[in-house]
Design a protein around this ligand. Sequence first.
Ligand code: XLS
Ligand code: NI
Ligand code: NI
Length: 433
Amino acid sequence: MTDFFKGIPQIKFEGPQSDNDFAFRHYDAEEVVMGKKMKDHLRFAAAYWHSFAWPGGDPFGGATFERPWFGDTIDAAKMKADVAFEMFQILGVPYYCFHDADMRPEGEDFAENTRNLETMVDCLAQKQADTGIKLLWGTANLFSHRRFMSGAATNPDPDVFAFSAATIKTCMDATMKLGGENYVLWGGREGYETLLNTDMGRERKQAGRMLQMVVDYKHKMGFKGAILIEPKPQEPTKHQYDYDVATVYGFLKEFGLEGEVQMNIEQGHAILAGHSFEHELTMARELGIFGSIDMNRNDYQSGWDTDQFPNNVPEMALAYYEVLRAGGFTTGGTNFDAKLRRQSLDADDLILAHVGGMDACAAGLKAAAKMLDDGKLEAARNDRYAGWDTDTGKGLMSSDLDAITAQVLADKINPSPRSGRQERLENLVNRYL
Ligand code: XLS
Ligand code: NI
Ligand code: NI
């Protein structure tokens, strides 16, 4: 045991009336909602990077956090793992997620990186066995080190492509060894700053080839989990190729990978792309590529990826409504890819940020389940499209312009508009919260 979280109790469900900061008001892991325990609906995961590796910098100032485990040694990495697993246990999250670079010290070269990774994978495997906490997903950090400044797969230098491919292989090996349920690819610098120095055609082909190799390796190694892409429109690069769910779907089609890759959708990235979270979730469900979520929100004014813990229950409700409509998570889950504000220095802050986030998700999930159970929203939606279920409606989909024109004339078709009833539906949604 470290003493970082000294005095902080295991967080328990006490119900909405509780006055205790260190308690859940809505998240009761064992409560059954729509036939499934809440813990199995939400499949919470805490993330290694923001909580334990991020030092609290911003563009105007450096580190604000001074954690005893900061430092590039194996001993420091092991202390970080101790503290991380203590937090996972205090919160009762069933899963965690990591990048290679968050949990191993940075080596001099690829070989040393790999040795460090393997040492830490053994350490994490032991901790998983001791605690029963599992890995939701692993991923490679191909954006922090300066070698990746012009991209990883999309780099103009083939040596960087090679270094990235080899690093992804070691991270997929690590994920498989730790029983990870997914492997995530987020293309942080797979994009460009200026077209003046960019060959977009080559870069997109390089990215497509890398993804094909990842899928091939998944099958070769017998990894049963899902490969997930996390779309994001910009930041850190000005323009990123994995802009949003729809863009990534086109990319998967182009490289013959639809059916092989699903989406990890982040609330903040959806906002950066000019969408709502539920838009991205719905798009993924409709395209059959819904996988998992990163449940961290953006500030609506800042216009950059602020990675805040979720606390807006109405937003969570609409998000989980779409998750439930997609049939819920299979390999995916709710990952808090969220960081504290840089003034939130204390161990308490780290725990309470997660407690609030988990509670907001639980409240959202319960409201979503009520909405779906009640069925009024779906009934209204179905009613709006009911014309398409008639023989005339169905016939249009297999007709042609000549026949339809004849039909409009013969039947004197003269559409009369109907209300979209938006306000009525918004009022209805508020009744479930
Ligand atoms: C950054 C991304 C990143 C991915 C994993 O904006 O959200 O944290 O989730 O590489
Ligand atoms: Ni993000
Ligand atoms: Ni993310």
